[in-house]
Design a protein around this ligand. Structure first.
Ligand SMILES: NC(=O)c1ccc[n+]([C@@H]2O[C@H](COP(=O)([O-])OP(=O)(O)OC[C@H]3O[C@@H](n4cnc5c(N)ncnc54)[C@H](O)[C@@H]3O)[C@@H](O)[C@H]2O)c1
Length: 300
């Protein structure tokens, strides 16, 4: 995949998945604005990309606000003359069950993920529409947003909102030739390494180079950040021109297309439904096979 001439912003790219994305985009020839709240991590990422022969600059700022979004787009234009790809990846967790979750836990996660995606994509799209010639919006969803997850009211809400925004943007941006897709990644990073079922395998990989077992790489679709990065490169490229409004899963050996919410069962009552009629119809019609919820427990 040749991305030479293209310019990308990747938020939260000082480490984890974002770092893998920034390195992969740069290795394919794109110039990259590395963003993180951690200045040392951002500087190290730029150094690593440059040492490998790529082009990158760091913009240290907290993704979330309109100011940061504007600064990221301005930096891309200032340093490299244009903007073709916006990857909104920055993220934090504040996991707690609902009854222990504070307003601050909720707002912090929504600010970085949901508002950060909205503000960065809005700023990027303003620039891309001015430039002409289309563009690529790549945002970060999560299995938690697709299904719900224990202890993640804030995160699941933000990620579900991101998937909903992508479907909306696919419609709004089509005429400008800008595609918008969500990546639903699963990978060993600071965010996931402590999940009990995964932790011993991640440790064995990192300390002894022991490959992750098939049950993880295929069964759970769980691998390294580098396993996810090729999807970002593909979505950033001209080869993905016709693909928009999709939630695409990737992790380990697995690539997947997530379904979009739709009615799976319907029933009709002439003149409308009464509560009693719903109660009678539920077990034999629309409620006969209820939908599942939550991420299934790992089977490894
Ligand atoms: N790791 C997974 O399995 C997984 C699964 C689903 C979704 N995701 C999503 O992928 C993205 C990256 O996750 P990760 O696992 O690499 O996490 P990570 O914690 O390893 O890395 C996140 C990076 O974002 C930076 N960051 C945090 N807040 C920021 C802000 N406001 N502005 C700029 N940078 C900020 C951090 O400093 C860090 O470098 C997140 O959006 C996450 O929700 C990850």
């Amino acid at each position: 995949m040749d991305l030479s001439g293209k310019v990308a912003v990747v938020t939260g790219s000082g480490r984890g998945l974002g770092l893998a994305y920034a390195k992969a985009l740069a290795a394919a020839g794109a110039a990259v604005v590395v963003n993180d709240v951690d200045a040392d991590a951002a500087a190290a990422a730029v150094k690593e990309i440059e040492t490998a022969g790529g082009r990158a600059v760091a913009e240290v700022a907290a993704a979330g606000t309109t100011e940061t979004a504007g600064a990221l787009v301005a930096r891309a234009v200032e340093a490299f003359g244009r903007l073709d790809v916006m990857v909104t990846n920055a993220g934090v967790l504040r996991d707690r069950v609902l009854w222990k979750m504070t307003d601050e836990d909720f707002d912090t996660v929504v600010q970085v993920h949901l508002r950060g995606t909205f503000t960065c994509v809005r700023a990027a799209v303003e620039r891309m529409r001015e430039q002409g010639g289309g563009g690529r919006i790549i945002v970060a969803g999560s299995p938690a947003g697709q299904r719900g997850n224990f202890g993640q009211t804030n995160y699941a809400a933000a990620k579900a909102g991101i998937a909903a925004m992508v479907r909306t943007w696919a419609m709004e941006l089509a005429r400008a030739g800008i595609t918008a897709n969500a990546v639903i990644p699963v990978a060993a990073t600071a965010m996931t390494r402590t999940i009990p079922a995964f932790a011993p395998h991640v440790e064995a990989l990192e300390q002894h180079g022991t490959p992750l077992p098939d049950g993880l790489r295929k069964g759970e679709g769980f691998g390294t950040a580098e396993d996810v990065a090729p999807l970002i490169t593909f979505l950033a490229s001209d080869a993905s021109a016709g693909i928009t409004g999709q939630c695409i899963g990737i992790g380990g050996d697995k690539l997947a297309l997530w379904s979009h919410p739709q009615e799976v069962s319907v029933a009709y009552a002439d003149g409308g439904w009464s509560a009693d009629a719903i109660a009678a119809a539920w077990p034999v019609s629309v409620g006969r096979v209820p939908e599942t919820y939550g991420i299934p427990a790992p089977r490894i």
